[in-house]
Design a protein around this ligand. Structure first.
Ligand SMILES: *Cc1c(COP(=O)(O)O)cnc(C)c1O
Length: 356
């Protein structure tokens, strides 16, 4: 038998969101923070047109998409690095700065991919417990040592939905040594409505060690095509571009992302509808008696402790797939109004049994 890397024995495998169905066949997937909307016709058309070229390799430099992103966010094209989903860009970041034996600091609980990517890169995870449901940036700054190469700040945080405000984030950035890369993971940026939550793009410009991670998977509805990007100072973006597996961003992903930027107004209208639903769902949950932290993302978080597995199972019985995390809590994506109503019907039944 081949000798495998020892880390594979101890790594948890990534658990994808599960689809479930009620006895009557109804099924709502609120477990992966996807867009509940079908792709726009103009995007489907671009993909169909792109399908005619798939006998050719994709543009390895994704020139058109890189330029479209640079133009959209008013940044130089040299500041943009693409990957097959922002998870892959995060993996490239580990390739870029993560020498084996180095440390990466991030909050916990936060995005599940961080520990996996750190383990794979041979980088030691230094996790800093959330304070309540929020990042504890003071403790995170204190956790930085001379072995630290990178810090992930997930804003808004997955799975709690909470967001860090500008003054707090700026004070933190001022405390991070310049040779430590701070990655602002803004997968849910388009859903942020609190004006005190800073757009990472306003923070990276005058800081050599700050990078912003974004994705087309969530608000732009392209989760199935795999494309995400980094915007960072030129030396950082250039280093990350060197780590891409050749042709990783496929042709359909490139054309669909360009088409999505063109159709951004329509997509952001949909985001606005999800944000309204988010308010409705959170208020309904609170009215039922649940504790729900404020959320700036397209999901809500219920810290249910030992009730977590039973809650998820009860949702599944009614065809509602949610994302349980051990015995910690449940993350529930905001879906279509119908899906959200199905979820709220379940929570209305469970309240009193589980919200303690
Ligand atoms: C969903 C998500 C991503 C995006 O992943 P993709 O690989 O772009 O689909 C990145 N970061 C966080 C925190 C997420 O929740």
């Amino acid at each position: 038998m081949p000798r495998f890397r020892r880390i594979l024995d101890t790594m948890a495998a990534y658990k994808p969101g599960k689809a479930v169905a009620a006895p009557d066949g109804r099924s709502y997937k609120l477990s992966s923070n996807e867009s509940p909307y079908d792709p726009l016709p103009s995007v489907v058309e671009a993909i169909a047109e792109g399908a005619r070229q798939v006998n050719r390799y994709p543009d390895p430099a994704s020139v058109k998409l890189t330029e479209a992103i640079a133009e959209r966010f008013d940044v130089p094209a040299e500041h943009v690095a693409l990957g097959a989903g922002s998870v892959t860009v995060a993996q490239q970041l580990f390739e870029t700065v993560g020498e084996p034996g180095a440390e990466v600091v991030y909050a916990w609980r936060s995005f599940e991919a961080y520990p996996l990517l750190a383990d794979l890169a041979g980088v030691t995870s230094v996790t800093v417990p959330l304070a309540g449901e929020d990042h504890d940036l003071n403790a995170m700054a204190e956790a930085i040592t001379d072995r630290t190469r990178m810090v992930f700040v997930c804003n808004p945080n997955n799975p709690t939905g909470t967001a860090i405000r500008r003054a707090e984030l700026e004070a933190f950035l001022a405390r991070v040594p310049e040779d430590v890369l701070v990655v602002l993971d803004e997968a849910y940026r388009e859903y942020v409505r609190d004006e005190d939550v800073p757009d990472g793009l306003t923070l990276y410009r005058d800081r050599p060690n700050v990078a912003v991670l974004r994705t087309f998977s969530k608000a732009y509805g392209l989760a199935g095509l795999r494309v995400g990007y980094l915007i960072a100072p030129e030396p950082v973006a250039t280093a990350v571009r060197k780590t891409i597996i050749p042709f990783a961003v496929n042709h359909l992903a490139q054309v669909a992302a360009v088409a999505s930027l063109r159709a951004e107004d329509e997509l952001l209208d949909r985001v606005e509808r999800v944000v309204k639903e988010r308010t409705r769902v959170r208020e309904a949950l609170i009215a039922q008696g649940w504790t729900v932290p404020p959320t700036e993302a397209n999901f809500v978080w219920l810290r249910l402790g030992a009730h977590t597995p039973a809650f998820a199972a009860a949702c599944a019985e009614q065809g509602v797939a949610v994302r349980p995390f051990g015995e910690e809590g449940v993350r529930v994506s905001i879906g279509s109004p119908e899906a959200n109503d199905a979820f709220l019907a379940v929570t209305g039944e469970l309240v009193g049994k589980m919200n303690g």
